[in-house]
Write a protein that binds this ligand. Structure first.
Ligand code: GLC
Length: 427
């Protein structure tokens, strides 16, 4: 891997630092985002471990009293971003958005502990109860029936904003006449044909209106809100994070929560069955109001390996799909199956490749012995960055970069992989 790219990646993290937290990219996303910060910490850990921990500590400054860690923390109002704090109306300090995002933090903490020393263990022990409270929030507020299926109340909660997975849930939302006029800011910075459509945006804001009107009563939103879907991404990432939290509890001799985490894991392993779409042979999103499945494979379906989920037969089907999909792309792994009519190679989560999803896919495949697939996906990610720079996401067919530039998580994954390569060369 190129040392000038390594330098560039380091510089991006330093430049995107706003004093204790990192923005995903300047202007387009001017605040602290949840899973972006987790990956930023992974990147910082390569050259500044203190800073890596600080990224996670500042993220938890936004934690709500009920344990939720919001998807955006608004430390100051920035007119460059819509929808900002005035639209969310969280009533918290600092102000924040009012739903969460994929909980990768516990898995990143495990990485920091595994690669660190006593100071890292101390930091991990201090954060542990906060992470435990957050996982508890997911298992109660987003799985109100306790059946091991952890849901989302907004496509943004999945972190895969406009993936076709959510179309079946969004289609059911009628946009009210009194939604009000609003001005998007994202399409001023990125081509509109790479971003969600206007109708999608109206529906996103309809969910926010419901949330505001019930003062973000999370039980009410799960029971009666306009959108409630099971996301294999949240399910798999949380299951993996629960396993890593259990590991940390044992490793750091923290008794609190051991049994509870065990129960969550057992329940989630069972719950994964609810995501299996037999018609196409894949783990898919599901609308919990209608029971309807989304109908194509995504990059997130591949996280079954990362979660340690699925039967041997189910995993074999995923591997078959993965090969068929990669045969159609120059660069894997696309966020939506190119064999399906809704595939759009440039539009955000409807086709493009995302480096941090690939990082998790590669980790899971490697652990499960699927090394050929893992190597292909890792090599593709590196080629994309070498060809097109540290962009937000990439076209799986042409390899062009799109969305934001100098993107934190793309830089972080590059740094992470180059650090492990250096370690293995030295060994
Ligand atoms: C977009 C992505 C989301 C990410 C955020 C900041 O909303 O879909 O996953 O966290 O941008 O990068």
């Amino acid at each position: 891997m190129h040392s000038d790219l390594r330098k560039r990646a380091t510089q991006i993290l330093v430049d995107n630092d706003r004093g204790g937290y990192t923005v995903p990219t300047p202007r387009l996303y001017p605040y602290q985002w949840n899973w972006d910060s987790a990956f930023a910490a992974l990147g910082f850990s390569v050259f500044d471990r203190q800073r890596a921990w600080l990224e996670l500590e500042t993220l938890f400054e936004g934690q709500w009293a009920d344990g939720m860690v919001p998807h955006i923390i608004f430390r100051r109002d920035d007119p460059d971003y819509f929808p900002g704090p005035a639209i969310w109306q969280s009533g918290t300090n600092p102000p924040s958005s009012c739903h969460s995002q994929p909980p990768v933090v516990a898995s990143i903490i495990r990485h920091l502990v595994d690669t660190g020393g006593p100071a890292d263990r101390e930091k991990a022990a201090a954060l542990f109860p906060k992470v435990l409270a957050w996982h508890n929030w997911f298992h109660t507020m987003r799985d109100p029936d306790g059946n091991g299926t952890v849901a989302i109340i907004h496509p943004w909660e999945s972190g895969r904003d406009n993936c076709p997975d959510w179309d079946i849930g969004l289609e059911r939302i009628d946009v009210p006449e009194d939604l009000g006029r609003y001005e998007r800011r994202d399409t001023e910075r990125v081509d509109a044909d790479e971003r969600p459509t206007s109708l999608e945006y109206d529906r996103y804001l309809t969910i926010l209106k419901f949330g505001r009107e019930c003062r973000w009563d999370q039980r009410e939103i799960a029971r009666n809100g306009p959108f409630f879907m099971a996301d294999p991404g949240i399910q798999f990432i949380l299951l993996r994070a629960d396993r890593d939290l259990l590991y940390l509890a044992t490793e750091l001799a923290l008794e609190d929560g051991l049994e509870q985490i065990d129960r969550w894991i057992a329940r989630s392993v069972d719950g994964c069955g609810n995501y299996w779409n037999d018609r196409i042979g894949c783990f898919c999103a599901r609308d919990l109001r209608s029971g309807r499945f989304s109908d194509a494979m995504t990059s997130i379906s591949m996280l079954a390996f990362y979660a340690g989920a699925g039967t041997p037969g189910q995993r074999a089907r995923l591997v078959e799909h993965a090969h068929a999909i990669l045969d159609r792309c120059r660069y894997g792994f696309p966020s939506w199956d190119p064999r399906n009519g809704k595939f759009e190679s440039k539009r955000y989560w409807r086709g493009p490749v995302w480096a941090m999803v690939n990082y998790m896919i590669v980790q899971g495949l490697t652990e499960c012995g699927e090394t050929a697939l893992a190597d292909r996906i890792k090599a593709d990610t590196l080629k994309l960055i070498e060809k097109s720079g540290f962009r937000e996401y990439f076209d799986p067919i042409t390899g062009e970069g799109h969305g934001g530039r100098n993107f934190t998580w793309t830089a972080a994954i590059y740094l992470m992989w180059s650090a492990t390569e250096q370690t293995s060369q030295a060994a």
